[in-house]
Design a protein around this ligand. Structure first.
Ligand SMILES: [Zn+2]
Ligand SMILES: [Zn+2]
Length: 133
């Protein structure tokens, strides 16, 4: 299956041609939080050989452990993550950037030791289709 996605402004597009993704997880680590400015991130791991940037060029920020976070320099959308030591042969796609982000739901939550305490309260919070009336 071809998994296509890209950044908000459309400057950077990618595709991953995979039979089955390696895994798909929501990550609660502090580094993902700092990089995204969001409480958690969802990552879809695909074989590096299956992954191609099809238009534009992502900018890369390298973290202290050799983690390379690739993002669009124009609109700021985070796109994918590479760490040759920790995850050899893998590209981790920020799955919310897939054109159809709902197709493949995550199957696990990882790095929960670093999650924000209030995450566990999410299911108990009131919900609104849009905003409170
Ligand atoms: Zn962009
Ligand atoms: Zn993380």
């Amino acid at each position: 299956m071809a998994l296509d996605g890209g950044c908000r402004c459309g400057a950077v597009r990618y595709t991953a041609d995979v039979t089955e993704p390696e895994h798909h997880a929501v990550c609660h680590c502090a580094d993902c939080r700092a990089a995204s400015g969001a409480p958690m991130m969802a990552w879809l791991a695909v074989p590096a050989a299956s992954f191609t940037v099809t238009s534009g060029e992502a900018t890369m920020f390298e973290g202290p452990t050799g983690s390379q976070r690739h993002f669009c320099a124009r609109c700021g959308t985070g796109l994918f993550f590479v760490n040759g030591d920790m995850l050899p042969g893998i590209v981790d796609i920020q799955s919310a950037t897939l054109d159809d982000a709902a197709t493949l739901p995550p199957a696990a939550q990882i790095q929960c030791a670093e999650q924000l305490d209030w995450i566990t309260a999410l299911p108990t919070m009131p919900t609104f289709d849009r905003y409170p009336g």
